[in-house]
Design a protein around this ligand. Structure first.
Ligand code: SF4
Length: 344
């Protein structure tokens, strides 16, 4: 039985929202609400006052703060394929009397097992896969526009790294209104085609890892130092760039929930095709994913700058200095003239 409490469902990461839409819910990505808040520290403080440890990831605390402050009473928590902290977060939500819907991705990308996961979710939400497949078709245009934006970023140089990040990361919930997302993004694509492209001699960077807490500052700072991000790995995955003829296929070719080696199968060809000069690997303080830095450094034959963020929503001076040194090194390596001489 579907004991629906309200039409809004908070989601803790990208999930098969087609199933939620089919069941009449409005998915809201709690991460996006947290990080776009003008005062995210306030939300983290709500969690710390409730007892979340100082050394718990900021995203987890931010999600908790959003749920409590906004009175969201239904949350879909991903228990396999995202974050082990979500399991305990889910238990705390239960303790608070909230309605929790667990969802587990299969432990490896297998369409048959994915189909089973989707059917279980549909059953829990009192809908079925056929209706969810209809929702998938309705979202195809919005997903196609997100992919067009990505092409305009790396191929045409008409869209900046921040815009690329913002629109791709927002495809986890289509800003709560897929039609409006489609309308606004369509408008942006039209406008961006009239722009002057970024200069060819800018350094081309990849951004690998979970979205950063200082994303608003990072992309602009890179551009003011002669480098632009032409590949936002996980954000791009949120938009389901490989599509598929069924939900099971779509969420099997979505790489984020699976192993780093599955992610590398996507990352390595993209680095080559997008002619990337260097890579930023972002790690969140206290996140298990930081250990993956060992594997990226072993498997990727490019200079890598690992940046860690915690509750710093703007780049610290220390991070700025490290970024500048990294870009200088890349410039020497790729023989791109230094900023000063290019400005003359
Ligand atoms: S950054 Fe890491 S620890 Fe934090 S929510 Fe994401 S996966 Fe979990």
């Amino acid at each position: 039985m579907n004991d629906k409490v309200s039409s809004i469902v908070g989601i803790t990461t990208t999930v098969p929202i087609e199933v939620l839409l089919a069941a009449g819910y409005k998915p809201v990505d709690l991460n996006n609400v947290f990080i776009s808040d003008p005062d995210p520290d306030r939300l983290v403080n709500i969690a710390e006052r409730a007892g979340f440890p100082i050394n718990c990831c900021t995203w987890i605390k931010g999600i908790y703060g959003v749920v409590m402050e906004r009175g969201i009473d239904t949350i879909l928590c991903v228990t396999t394929g995202d974050c082990s902290n979500t399991i305990m977060l889910m238990e705390v939500f239960r303790l608070k009397g909230l309605h929790v819907i667990p969802f587990a991705y299969p432990d490896h990308p297998d369409p048959f097992r994915m189909q089973h996961c989707l059917e279980s979710l549909a059953e829990a939400l009192d809908t079925n896969i056929e209706v969810a497949e209809e929702a998938r078709k309705k979202l195809e245009r919005a997903r196609r526009l997100a992919n067009e934006l990505d092409e305009l970023t790396w191929r045409e140089g008409l869209v900046g790294g921040w815009e690329n990040h913002y629109w791709l990361v927002s495809s986890s919930d289509f800003m709560g209104d897929p039609n409006e997302y489609e309308r606004k993004l369509g408008q942006l694509l039209m406008e961006s085609r009239e722009r002057k492209p970024y200069p060819d001699d800018m350094l081309r960077l990849a951004y690998i890892g979970v979205p950063s807490v200082f994303a608003r500052d990072l992309y602009g700072y890179l551009e003011s130092n002669g480098a632009r991000v032409v590949f936002n790995e996980i954000q791009r995955q949120f938009a389901m760039p490989n599509g598929g003829s069924s939900l099971a296929q779509q969420y099997t070719s979505y790489t984020y929930p699976y192993s780093i080696f599955d992610r590398l199968n996507d990352i390595l060809p993209q680095l080559r095709e997008r002619r990337v000069d260097g890579m930023i690997h972002y790690v969140q303080a206290f996140c298990h994913r930081g250990i993956g830095d060992i594997i990226f450094r072993h498997q990727i034959n490019l200079p890598i700058l690992t940046l860690e963020g915690n509750t710093d929503y703007l780049l610290t001076q220390h991070l700025r200095t490290r970024i500048e040194a990294f870009l200088d090194m890349l410039r020497r390596r790729t023989r791109v003239p230094p900023l000063e001489s290019r400005r003359q």
